[in-house]
Design a protein around this ligand. Structure first.
Ligand SMILES: [Zn+2]
Length: 352
C-alpha cells in the first residue's frame, strides 16, 4: 500500500491549530471553496464513508473535525463499539429489551435463531465476536434512529467477511442513491505507540490528553517523584492531576494482534474495485516536509523543565520526529491538515 503525500502548504498567515477560532480561519484559507461545495451538496444528498485504520489511528478525530468544519447537523459519526455498548444497556432494561427483540424479529436474518442470538448477545465477553448477520441488523436499527445524514462508520467492516457485506450495505440501509466511499488512514505504529504511552486521563471528568503530544494549559511538578503532571483544564475538576491508565505504559504491545488484523483489512480494501477510496496519511518524511506542508501543521512534542529558582515549569516545544513503518525519519501531522486532504479528496470523489 502506498499512500501519496498530500500538499497543504499554502502562502498566508500562520495559525495556532489548537485554537478553534484560528482553526476556522485556517480551513477557510486552505479549503474554502471545497467546504462551500460540500455544504451545498449536503443540503440535498448524503454519503456513506467507511473509516478504516488501525486502532487509535484517529478515525473519530478526523471525522468529527470534518463534521465540525462542514455541517455538524448533516453529518453523523457512528461507531460500532459505541453501538454495542448501547445494546448492552438496552438488554438490562425490560422495556428497551422488548423493543430490541421486536426489531430483530422483523429485521434479523441469519443462521442462529433469535432464541440463540439474544443469549449470544447477553453472555458474550469482549473477546467473542457477534455473528455478522446480527451486527448488520443492529446497524440497520441504529441508522433508522438517525435522520438521514451523511455517515462516517467506524468499526465496520471489522473482519475480512464483513468487507463483502459492506459492498452492498447502502442498499440494505436504504441509502441506495447515495455514494459510498472507503477512507483509509495510514498512521505509523510509532505514533500509535506514543499516543498510548503518554496518554493521561482526568480521574474526575475522564478527559484524555497526552503529556508529550497534547498537554493541557497547566503543567505541575511533583518534587517527591520528580514527575510532571497535566492539570485538567475543566474548571469543575479544580486542578485535578491527570493520571495514566494501567497498562498504557506498554504502548501497542497488548493490541499487536488487533493492529495486524486492521492492517490486513486495509490491504484487502485497498485492492477493491468499484468503490472510490480516500487515502489519508498521518506522517511524511522529514526531507519532503518543506515542499508539502507548513511548519505549523506538524505535530510538536513537549518536554518540561523544573526551575527551583522560579518554582515554575518551563515548557519546551519542538517538532516531533518518529520513524515510520519503513524506518524513514518522519513528522506526524496535526489533525487539521489531514482533514484538509479529507475534504479535498471527498470533493473529488463526489465530482463536485
Ligand atoms: Zn477533569
Amino acid at each position: 500500500m502506498k499512500f501519496p503525500i498530500f500538499k497543504t502548504k499554502k502562502r498566508g498567515a500562520k495559525f495556532h491549530l489548537t485554537d478553534p477560532k484560528e482553526r476556522k480561519a485556517y480551513f477557510e484559507l486552505k479549503a474554502g471553496p471545497e467546504i462551500k461545495k460540500l455544504k451545498e451538496f449536503l443540503k440535498r444528498h448524503t454519503f456513506i464513508a467507511y473509516l478504516l485504520g488501525k486502532k487509535n489511528s484517529g478515525k473519530g478525530t478526523y471525522s468529527k473535525m470534518f463534521a465540525e468544519v462542514i455541517d455538524p447537523a448533516k453529518i453523523s459519526h457512528f461507531s460500532i463499539g459505541d453501538m454495542i455498548r448501547e445494546v448492552d444497556e438496552d438488554l438490562k432494561i425490560a422495556e428497551r429489551k422488548k423493543e430490541l427483540i421486536n426489531f430483530l424479529e422483523k429485521q434479523y436474518r441469519g443462521f442462529l435463531n433469535l432464541n440463540q442470538a439474544i443469549p449470544a448477545l447477553e453472555k458474550r465477553n469482549t473477546e467473542t465476536l457477534l455473528p455478522n448477520e446480527l451486527i448488520l441488523a443492529l446497524i440497520k436499527r441504529e441508522i433508522a434512529k438517525r435522520k438521514k445524514k451523511a455517515l462516517f462508520i467506524d468499526g465496520f467492516p471489522r473482519n475480512l467477511d464483513q468487507i463483502s457485506y459492506s459492498l452492498f450495505f447502502r442498499d440494505l440501509i436504504g441509502y441506495r442513491e447515495d455514494p459510498d466511499i472507503f477512507i483509509l488512514i495510514d498512521v505509523p505504529e510509532a505514533v500509535i505507540d506514543e499516543r498510548i504511552k503518554w496518554r493521561r486521563i482526568c480521574p474526575l471528568c475522564q478527559t484524555s490528553r497526552n503529556l508529550k503530544l497534547l498537554p493541557t494549559s497547566k503543567v505541575s511538578y511533583g518534587q517527591k517523584k520528580k514527575e510532571f503532571y497535566l492539570i485538567c483544564d475543566n474548571p469543575d475538576c479544580q486542578e485535578a492531576r491527570m493520571i495514566s491508565k494501567e497498562g498504557d505504559e506498554l504502548g501497542i504491545e497488548p493490541i499487536r494482534k488487533r493492529l495486524e488484523m486492521d492492517e490486513k483489512l486495509m490491504e484487502k480494501t485497498f485492492s477493491l474495485y468499484g468503490i472510490p477510496k480516500v487515502l489519508l496519511r498521518n506522517s511524511l518524511p522529514i526531507k519532503e516536509a518543506p515542499k508539502y506542508v507548513d511548519d505549523y501543521e506538524i505535530t510538536p512534542e513537549y518536554s518540561y523543565q523544573w526551575s527551583d529558582k522560579t518554582k515554575s515549569v518551563k515548557i519546551i516545544e519542538k517538532p516531533w520526529q518518529i520513524l515510520d513503518d519503513r524506518g524513514i525519519p518522519s513528522y506526524s501531522l496535526l489533525p487539521p491538515p489531514v482533514v484538509v486532504s479529507l475534504i479535498k479528496q471527498i470533493v473529488e470523489v463526489l465530482s463536485l
